[in-house]
Design a protein around this ligand. Sequence first.
Ligand code: ZN
Length: 72
Amino acid sequence: MTNTTAPWTDEQVAALNRYQDAGEMHPFTCGNLHADSRSPVLVATRDGWRCPNPTCDYQQDWAHEFMLTPAA
Ligand SMILES: [Zn+2]
């Protein structure tokens, strides 16, 4: 499977976050364990994935290339 790495454009970030929300596939999640019950689903930014937990510094800089293409 082909992967893509950050940085991404605004359009690509939007497409990545749509995949995270769509529920068609398992979303990328944070690799760290959290003491609270906050969602571990990663949020795409132009510089890569970030954990939604402000106290967590987990980052991921790659995604599956097909995720950049809005679902047909
Ligand atoms: Zn995290």
